[in-house]
Ligand binder design. Structure first.
Ligand code: SAH
Length: 375
């Protein structure tokens, strides 16, 4: 059969090629009568050469290039704002389809460069200390919009600033956008695409327990769990998904993650909130909870944002807390706050969310009510 007779469009609409991982692309090519190995060639053009113009993809046949031009696009998010902090951190505001905007942050360090990317427009969870949560939720990002953040950052930074690590710690809960997150992560790890080591790609979750088990089955990247409290009463309040998946279930899921982890341990994140979760008793409770859990602990100084109810723990409280964990044998680091002067620190990413969850309305009402009570 000649190529031309086989090349029927898979869909009537235009397909964004960044929506496919290698498996998906191979299936796509098979459907249009092409050899699956074309997937590898295309991935190298798209992600290693950063080429989006089909005419430049010279090892693809002319008829395939014509087909791709007619039926496919390579659409990446558009940079609407770039800010560079005094410490070199770069924040981009990216415009996605439907007018939504999300934020992506690059954090350069001496020996590595970490890109913090978003998985959703806003967030459906209501963690009380997180400014993304205050924005409400609009929708999941597509695979193209997730991997597109890495594409845009890689092309924008050029050869000098290498992205060695990716953390899914931007806006949204990656495990509530499971399929698109996994496809995007596959592209990060794929040797034909970005080829980043699985130890250097981290999915951070607030503890969506069933999705943690599913993730272990399909993709063995590093996982970080946002713990923030060592007892259910407090965690129910700070991370309300705990009401659905309480600590005993979460810790069991963590053991499963550890079994599959590329590094043999799990990372926990713990935001330091003054007088809320930072006492000696809290630290001791954490030590008890994490007994027999191979882990690293990352203490995150709370980053304030407008209308936030919390204050960051004092440096000495953080140090005391760290020492309790350290003495109990838990490797504990305190995360350096980066990009503060451009609002690029953890939990300060807000983007621009057309809120469908009406959380913005509810929070505004609550503020008005509490003001009228206290006034
Ligand atoms: N939904 C995912 C990933 C996004 S948040 C998760 O919950 O893990 C990435 C990390 O930043 C999480 O550990 C989150 O709890 C933390 N974070 C959120 N708001 C913060 C704030 N205001 N200050 C410090 N850390 C914050």
């Amino acid at each position: 059969m000649t190529m031309n007779s086989v090349l029927e469009p898979v869909n009537s609409h235009t397909d964004n090629l960044l929506d496919f991982d290698k498996k998906g692309l191979a299936a796509y090519f098979e459907k249009i009568g092409e050899k699956p190995f074309r997937a590898k060639q295309l991935l190298k053009w798209l992600y290693q050469a950063g080429v989006s113009d089909f005419d430049e993809m010279t090892d693809l046949s002319k008829s395939l290039r014509t087909y791709l031009k007619e039926h496919c696009t390579v659409s990446v998010p558009e940079i609407v704002l770039e800010k560079v902090a005094s410490d070199g951190t770069v924040k981009w505001i990216l415009r996605m389809a439907c007018g939504n905007r999300v934020e992506t942050v690059f954090i350069p360090e001496e020996k590595r460069g970490t890109l913090c990317i978003s998985s959703q427009v806003g967030c459906a969870l209501a963690c009380t200390f997180c400014s993304t949560a205050q924005q409400g939720f609009n929708r999941n990002l597509t695979t193209a919009e997730i991997i597109g953040q890495l594409w845009v950052a890689t092309n924008r930074l050029g050869a000098d600033s290498r992205i060695t690590n990716v953390v899914m710690m931007g806006m949204g809960e990656p495990l509530l956008n499971f399929d698109n997150t996994v496809k995007a992560v596959n592209l990060m790890l794929d040797d034909c695409a970005y080829g980043i080591s699985k130890r250097r790609v981290t999915i951070s979750t607030s503890g969506v327990v069933p999705a943690m088990y599913r993730l272990s089955e399909v993709c063995d990247v590093s996982v970080a769990v946002s713990l923030h409290a060592a007892n259910d009463v407090l965690r129910d309040e700070l991370v309300p998904i705990n009401q659905k998946y309480p600590l005993d279930q979460l810790m069991e899921a963590c053991q499963d993650v550890i079994k599959h982890s590329p590094r043999g341990f799990i990372t926990f994140e713990y935001v330091m909130l003054d007088g809320v979760n930072d006492t000696f008793t809290d630290a001791r409770a954490l030590v008890r909870l994490l007994k027999n859990v191979p882990c690293k602990m990352n203490l995150i100084p709370f980053n304030p944002f407008p209308n936030s109810e919390y204050k960051c723990s004092s440096p000495s409280a953080i140090e005391k807390f760290r020492n309790v964990l350290h003495k109990a044998g838990i490797v504990t680091t305190v995360r350096k706050t980066r990009g503060e002067d451009i609002d690029a620190a953890c939990g300060q990413l807000v983007g621009q969310v057309k809120d469908k969850s009406r959380r913005q309305d509810k929070l505004a009402k609550r503020r008005v009510n509490s003001q009228s009570v206290s006034g």
